[in-house]
Design a protein around this ligand. Structure first.
Ligand code: ADP
Ligand code: MG
Length: 348
């Protein structure tokens, strides 16, 4: 079979890195994005600008690709389903339906016998009051949150008055965990049910945004194995094809909890570009395009720093050593806290 043409929904930094990885293994890409000057435009073979609900433009996209994947999970489910009737979408849209919603996602994880922090669905203020045993908590919108957006810290019921919460949308109230560490496991599942799994990555967040990721994670073997086993179990249960990420919390008693699952390549896995022979992006492309799975080898330990907002100016003017890899996402506008680039440093 000749190599397929891969459609990618979303043209941000993840779409850029997917398109670059595809190019390196001679896979042609078509990126579809609702932003005309999307960063990934430069890296794709073709680029289509359109709204994710504009079926006419989506049809044009479907016509010129062999299969479709995406860089972020919040593409409208109806659009994914529509595309999937004509060309295969990987991972499957039904997975998104579960993982786009924090409440469904936590229900799914707990049904597998895997732990999350305690949580409850919230539709009105009275629901919060009735569940005050969960405080201190985070109140999170069930859908569309990222980088800590749509989240409120709640220490006591009195604070509700100041927060002005809009109950026309749904939330989950989840118990706040006294974190010892956060880790993530990046896993790629191929359609022959084989895995490619990276070692757990330790993540440091600042104000709910990922700031630094590193390998090896400073955790014991028991947690390393458990986090990998859980990721495998989740990927199997979802019949997942491609790369996904499971984010975990570790509390002060070394208990492991699933925080959330990203059905896509993930920011914490950027260091795989330089630290492994095959990156999370290449693994994703290989899995969805049904290419050969190549044995994964770590080349080096590493850490990655996210460059946020105007920090990028300083990084653009720096000189780098041969073990330092600076990635500039070339976003048009510098915005406060926006992910503008990253730096990966390899070390022994
Ligand atoms: P997002 O979709 O914005 O990534 P997350 O649910 O992953 O949302 O939350 C972002 C970060 O906020 C987490 O990585 C963690 O640092 C902190 N956080 C979220 N939920 C909790 C919790 N229940 N207890 C403690 N910290 C939390
Ligand atoms: Mg998260």
């Amino acid at each position: 079979m000749s190599k397929p043409i891969l459609g990618i929904l979303g043209g941000g930094q993840l779409g850029s890195m997917l398109a670059q990885a595809a190019k390196e293994i001679s896979i042609e890409t078509v990126i579809y994005c609702d932003e005309e000057d999307a960063p990934a435009k430069k890296f794709a073979n073709h680029f289509i600008f359109g709204d994710y609900k504009d079926i006419k433009t989506i049809d044009k996209f479907i016509n010129i690709v062999d299969l479709v994947t995406f860089e972020f999970e919040n593409i409208p489910y109806d659009t994914l389903e529509y595309i999937n009737k004509i060309k295969n979408v990987y991972p499957k849209p039904s997975i998104n339906k579960i993982l786009q919603n924090r409440f469904y996602e936590k229900n799914f994880v707990n049904k597998l016998g895997i732990k999350t922090t305690d949580y409850v669905l919230i539709n009105k203020e009275q629901d919060v009051i009735e569940n005050k045993v969960l405080l201190p908590s985070l109140l999170k919108t069930t859908t569309l949150g990222y980088d800590g957006k749509g989240q409120y810290k709640l220490n006591s019921i009195d604070e509700l008055n100041n927060l002005k919460i809009d109950y026309s949308i749904e939330y989950v109230l989840e118990k706040f965990i006294d974190l010892k560490k956060e880790i993530s496991v990046i896993i790629t599942r191929y359609n022959n049910e084989e895995f490619q799994i990276y070692e757990p990555i330790e993540n440091i967040h600042q104000k709910q945004i990922l700031k630094k990721s590193k390998i090896p994670a400073d955790i014991g073997d028991e947690l390393k194995n458990k986090s990998k086993e859980w990721a495998k179990k989740i990927a199997n249960e979802l019949d997942y094809i491609g790369t996904m990420c499971v984010e975990y919390f570790v509390d002060k008693n070394n208990e492991l909890y699933v925080n959330e699952i990203a059905p896509r390549v993930h920011n914490s896995g950027h260091l795989t570009i330089n630290a492994f022979n095959i990156s999370q992006f290449e693994n994703h492309i290989r899995a969805v395009c049904e290419l050969e799975k190549i044995k994964l080898k770590k080349q080096s330990n590493a850490y990655m720093i996210n460059i946020l907002g105007d920090e990028i100016i300083e990084y653009r003017n720096k000189k780098y050593n041969s073990n330092e890899f600076f990635f500039d996402y070339m976003k048009k506008e510098i915005k406060f806290k926006r992910k503008m680039g990253h730096l990966t440093v390899l070390r022994d």
